[in-house]
Write a protein that binds this ligand. Structure first.
Ligand SMILES: [Zn+2]
Length: 410
């Protein structure tokens, strides 16, 4: 009889996730903004557990936690993040960190496993101070000037001040040792309802969508809301509203199967009930994993702006303020997740793109990367009610650990 390799300990995984939920609890979720006290206590919690997996722990100068192994053989990097959105869910981030910890605990002490899983918690994935600052620092994509400029989007506190009060200022930042890792593997809740609605247990991520963001500005003429006749008004707010409706008319004819677009913020200038707005601005975002689709939609946005400006009464300017190239996940890693799902999740897996951004897209710029999703109940995330069935959490952990074993023994 061949010996059955040790699996993830589901009870231990659930206990760890609940221990992290107990730090900074909000209702059934958590409130752990980057560098807040509950975030820092969560990082310390992880650092004290890494030695159980044969890893030595470091919290670096940007708040990344890294557990490194002295074991010989290949190293697989795995992890996610421990801060949360404001008043949000308990699994977004911690799930991937605890799975990585569990894989390291199961595989690193096993002499039959060649090599080791190393564990990372990337700081500020949720973007309180910037965009993927922790993982970008690790891949060498952040300068000291970037840190000087970063501010908390809620409190406006500078990142330097936050690092100081978290006791991290002056510490070196750890960057990737090129060639050390065979790749990066991250588990995450799906944050959508595709797995749940299809009765599936494991999502094998094929790509992480790119996010393109635009500032669209409308310029009209500010005037008195009582005395200015309707016929001569140049109402920038009204022009903006019409533009939003026009986007929803024209984009479905040009988009891809999973393209999504969102107007995230609208501001009117001056924004008073008795004044016709002379200026208006909308922040607009498009997500897709195919740059050709984005190109098509952006061209449409610009031609619509030109047409609207030409027909008047307001001018429209479209400015791209963020370009996010999609990240492709490694094919052979996807095959390993699929094989592990066949063995431990009755093959209830499907390949799917990720419509949300993740640190894996940053790591993918320097090494093969892969992601595994577990179902989200009702597809809800970035809300304190976010949840996943305990049984699905355990299945996900088993598939994750088994995938790590297969990747290390290739
Ligand atoms: Zn996340």
């Amino acid at each position: 009889m061949p010996e059955i390799p040790p699996r993830a300990d589901g009870g231990r995984v659930l206990a760890d996730l609940n221990a992290l939920r107990a730090i900074g609890t909000y209702k059934t979720g958590v409130h752990k903004p980057t560098f807040s006290d509950p975030h820092m206590r969560s990082l310390e919690w992880l650092a004290t557990r890494l030695p159980d997996a044969g890893l030595s722990a470091t919290i670096d100068g940007i708040g990344n936690v890294l557990g490194t192994s002295a074991k010989a053989g290949p190293k697989l990097l795995a992890g996610s993040h421990l801060e949360s959105q404001n008043y949000a869910g308990w699994l977004d981030g911690p799930l991937g960190v605890v799975y990585a910890l569990e894989a390291a605990r199961v595989l690193n002490p096993d002499p039959s496993v060649n090599g080791a899983v190393e564990v990372a918690s990337w700081c500020d994935e949720e973007g309180h101070f910037g965009s993927f600052l922790g993982s970008r620092s690790f891949v060498g994509g952040i300068t000291e000037a970037d840190i000087d400029a970063a501010r908390d989007r809620n409190s406006d506190r500078s990142m330097r001040q936050a690092l100081q009060s978290a006791g991290l200022s002056g510490r070196p930042r750890i960057t990737a040792e090129r060639g050390r890792h065979i790749g990066y593997f991250e588990a995450h809740i799906e944050q959508g309802d595709r797995l749940e609605s299809s009765g599936l247990k494991i999502g094998i991520v094929t790509s992480i969508v790119g996010i393109w963001q635009y500032r669209i500005t409308f310029t009209g003429e500010q005037n008195h809301a009582g005395t200015t006749r309707m016929a001569i008004r140049r109402d920038a707010g009204l022009a903006l509203a019409k533009f939003c409706v026009a986007i929803d008319d024209s984009f479905p004819k040009l988009c891809g199967a999973r393209t999504v677009w969102t107007t995230g913020r609208i501001t009117l200038d001056p924004g008073a009930p008795s004044i016709i707005p002379g200026g208006a601005e909308m922040l607009f975002q498009i997500r897709d994993d195919d740059p050709a689709v984005i190109e098509r939609l952006e061209a449409k946005l610009r031609s619509m702006a030109a047409e609207a400006g030409a027909s008047g009464p307001c001018s429209v300017a479209v400015e791209r303020i963020r370009t996010g190239a999609p990240a492709m996940m490694d094919d052979r890693f996807q095959d390993a997740i699929e094989a592990a799902s066949a063995a431990l999740a009755d093959g209830k897996s499907a390949r799917m793109p990720s419509a949300a951004g993740h640190d894996a897209q940053v790591l993918a710029t320097i090494m093969p990367a892969a992601m595994l999703f577990v179902p989200s109940i009702g597809g809800i995330s970035h809300h304190w009610t976010e949840n996943t069935d305990d049984a699905d959490i355990v299945t996900g952990a088993e598939v994750f650990v088994e995938t790590c074993r297969r990747l290390l023994s290739r």
